[in-house]
Ligand binder design. Structure first.
Ligand SMILES: Cc1cc2nc3c(=O)[nH]c(=O)nc-3n(C[C@H](O)[C@H](O)[C@H](O)COP(=O)(O)O)c2cc1C
Length: 537
C-alpha cells in the first residue's frame, strides 16, 4: 500500500476487489465489481483505553479495514497533536472504554474536557460523521458511560452518526458485540463514502470551516455499489441518528437476495438487537446424570378389562427421532438403555428424576414415546443451548433469543414459526447439547385418552399392538392409513367424521365416551351435529 496525494486529498492505493469496498461479504463478485487498482478511503480511528482492550479492538479495526478498501488513521485520544476534529472531514470511528464509576479512561480526560466546553456552538462538529463503540461491564452501575458521555456530547455539538453505537459488555464477553459491530462497520462506511461522493447528503462530509476537503472517493462504477449498499441500511428506530437510513429509498428492493441477507431470521440478528447488551437469564442448573447401557432383553405385559380407557400416546415420527439421534451423534447408541441419576453436586433445588422417563428403556424409545421433541423450545432451553454452541455468532444469537431484548425475535422466529428442538439444532450446527440437557428440558409427550367398548379385548389389542401411532386423531390416522385401521372397530374421535364397522365397536375420545354411548346397542357417530352426531341412532 502506498500513500499518495491526489488533488490535495490523501489516499492509500492498493489493488483490491471493489466488492470489499462496499463492505459486502467476500465471495463471488458481480461483473461490475472487478478487481482493479482502487483508491482506499481514509477514516480517523480514535481509541481511549484504561487497560488496553479498546486499543486492541481499534488495532483490529485498522487491520481489517485494509481488506475492505479503507485506511484507518489510528490514534489514542490523548494524542491531540495528531488529529483535529474541528478540521477533520473524514469519518470518525471511536472506541472507548469506561473506568472508575462510569468515567471515561484517563487517556480521554482532556478530550472530554475539551468537548464539554459549554461555550462551543451547537454546530461545532456539524461536519463530523462518526460511529462509536463503547466498552463496559454491565456489573457496574453506569454501563458504558465513558462512551455514552462522548456520544452524547458529539451529538450536542452537531456531529451525526453514520453507524449505530455499539455497547460491548465485558461481563458476558466483549466479542459478542464487538465482532458484529466491526462486521457492520464496513458497509456503513462504504455507504457514507458513496453518498458523500454523489453529494446526496446535505452537509455530509462537507469541509469544516477553514479545513481542506480530504475525502473524495467518487468513482462512477460505485453507483452499482450504492444501490446494493442501501440494502445494508442499519435499523435506526429513532430515524434521526443514522443518516444512512434516510437515503436512496428508490433503490430499495432492487435485490431481494441481498435484502434477505440483512433481514433478521432465526439464526441472524440485525442492529439494534445484534449490537445491544443483553439481559441473559441465568443458566438453569443441570441435575441429570445420564449413562447409556447396552440393553438386556425385556418384555412388558399388562392386562386390561372391558370398558377400560386407554391413554394412547401418539409417538414422534420415526424420521424425526432418527434425525435427532443423528444430530446428537447418538445413532450408534440408540438401543442403549438410559440410566438416570441426580447429579450429586447439582444446585437445582428439589431435583427429581423425570417421572415420564421409565427406567431401563432405550434411548430411541424415550425419544419416540416419552418426550415431546416437537414442543416449542422454551427460553430456558435456548439459554442452555447457547452455552453448547461452539460458534460465537451462533451463541450470541441463541443468547439473544433467550434474552428480554430478543423477545420479539423469539416470538417471531421460534414461537411463531413453531420451531422444534430439531429445527434449532439444524439451524445452529455448532450447538452440541449433551443428552442430559435435553432430558431435563424436553416436556413429557402427553397421551390422549380414548375409551373403547364392545369387543374390548380385540380392539384394545389392535390399538396397542397394530396401531402405529400418529400426532393426529385416531380417525385421521386411520383415514389416511386404511391398512392400519382396526378391522373390527368403528371409530369416533370427534374430529368430524366416522365410519361404521360391521360389529359396532367404538373408540371414543376421552376416558369414557365409548362406554357412555356404546353401552347397550352400539352407536357410532362423530361430535358434529351436521354428520353422524353421537346422539343420533
Ligand atoms: C476499575 C474498573 C472500573 C470500571 N468501571 C466501569 C464502569 O463504571 N462502567 C462500565 O460499564 N464498565 C466499567 N469497567 C469495565 C471496563 O470498561 C471494561 O472491562 C472494558 O472492557 C475495559 O476496556 P479497556 O481495557 O480498554 O479499558 C471498569 C473496569 C475496571 C477495571
Amino acid at each position: 500500500m502506498h500513500r499518495v496525494r491526489m488533488g490535495g486529498a490523501r489516499f492509500a492505493v492498493s489493488a483490491i476487489c471493489t466488492r470489499a469496498w462496499a463492505g459486502l461479504p467476500q465471495g463471488d463478485c458481480p461483473r461490475y465489481f472487478s478487481t482493479s487498482l482502487e483508491v482506499m478511503r481514509r477514516f480517523l480511528l480514535l481509541y481511549a483505553t484504561q487497560h488496553g482492550q479498546a486499543k486492541a479492538i481499534a488495532e483490529e479495526i485498522r487491520e481489517k479495514a485494509v481488506a475492505h478498501g479503507f485506511s484507518a488513521d489510528l490514534h489514542c485520544m490523548s494524542e491531540t497533536d495528531k488529529y483535529d476534529l474541528k478540521t477533520e472531514t473524514a469519518p470518525l470511528v471511536v472506541v472507548v472504554s469506561t473506568t472508575g464509576t462510569g468515567d471515561p479512561p484517563d487517556t480521554a480526560r482532556r478530550f472530554v474536557k475539551k468537548i464539554n466546553d459549554k461555550t462551543l456552538p451547537v454546530d461545532y462538529f456539524a461536519h463530523l460523521r462518526y460511529g462509536l463503540l463503547g466498552l463496559g461491564d454491565s456489573e457496574y452501575t453506569y454501563f458504558c458511560n465513558g462512551g455514552k458521555v462522548i456520544d452524547r456530547r458529539l451529538q450536542e455539538l452537531g456531529a451525526r452518526r453514520f453507524y449505530d453505537t455499539g455497547h460491548a459488555d465485558d461481563c458476558v464477553g466483549l466479542e459478542l458485540v464487538v465482532e458484529p459491530w466491526i462486521d457492520g462497520l464496513w458497509a456503513a462506511l462504504a455507504k457514507l463514502f458513496v453518498s458523500s461522493s454523489e453529494g446526496e447528503m446535505s452537509g455530509a462530509l462537507t469541509a469544516a470551516p477553514g479545513a481542506s476537503r480530504t475525502t473524495d472517493a467518487a468513482k462512477p462504477e460505485l453507483i452499482h455499489v450504492e444501490s446494493q449498499v442501501e440494502l445494508l441500511r442499519l435499523d435506526d428506530p429513532g430515524g434521526k441518528d443514522s443518516e444512512v437510513s434516510e437515503q436512496n429509498g428508490a433503490s430499495r428492493g432492487q435485490s431481494s437476495a441481498l435484502t434477505a441477507d440483512f433481514e433478521p431470521s432465526l439464526t441472524r440478528s440485525v442492529p439494534p438487537l445484534s449490537l445491544a447488551s443483553l439481559n441473559i437469564p441465568a443458566l438453569p442448573p443441570d441435575y441429570l446424570q445420564v449413562h447409556l447401557q447396552e440393553p438386556v432383553g425385556q418384555k412388558t405385559d399388562f392386562s386390561y378389562q372391558p370398558g377400560d380407557a386407554f391413554n394412547i400416546i401418539c409417538p414422534n415420527s420415526d424420521s424425526e427421532v432418527q434425525s435427532l439421534l443423528h444430530r446428537l451423534q447418538l445413532t450408534d447408541q440408540r438401543e442403549h438403555h438410559v440410566l438416570l441419576k441426580i447429579k450429586a453436586d447439582t444446585k437445582k433445588r428439589g431435583a427429581a428424576l423425570p417421572q415420564h422417563i421409565p427406567e431401563k428403556c432405550s434411548l430411541q424409545f424415550i425419544l419416540t414415546w416419552c418426550l415431546e421433541i416437537r414442543a416449542i423450545p422454551k427460553k430456558a432451553l435456548l439459554r442452555a443451548l447457547a452455552d453448547c454452541a461452539g460458534d460465537t455468532a451462533e451463541r450470541r444469537r441463541l443468547q439473544e433469543l433467550s434474552s428480554s431484548q430478543g423477545a420479539a425475535d423469539y416470538t417471531r422466529f421460534v414461537r411463531g414459526a413453531r420451531a422444534s428442538l430439531l429445527d434449532l439444532l439444524l439451524a445452529f450446527p455448532s450447538c452440541q447439547p449433551p443428552l442430559g440437557l435435553l432430558l431435563e428440558h424436553l416436556p413429557k409427550l402427553q397421551p390422549r385418552p380414548y375409551s373403547c367398548a364392545r369387543y374390548p379385548s380385540l380392539l384394545a389389542q389392535q390399538i396397542l399392538s397394530t396401531y402405529p401411532g400418529t400426532r393426529r386423531s385416531l380417525w385421521s390416522w386411520w383415514a389416511r392409513e386404511p391398512a392400519s385401521r382396526p378391522s373390527s372397530a368403528s371409530c369416533s374421535t370427534g374430529t368430524g367424521s366416522s365410519w361404521p364397522a360391521g360389529d359396532g365397536s367404538l373408540v371414543g375420545p376421552g376416558g369414557d365416551t365409548a362406554q357412555l354411548f356404546c353401552a347397550p346397542c352400539g352407536f357410532w357417530g362423530s361430535g358434529l351435529r351436521s354428520s353422524n352426531f353421537y346422539f343420533k341412532k
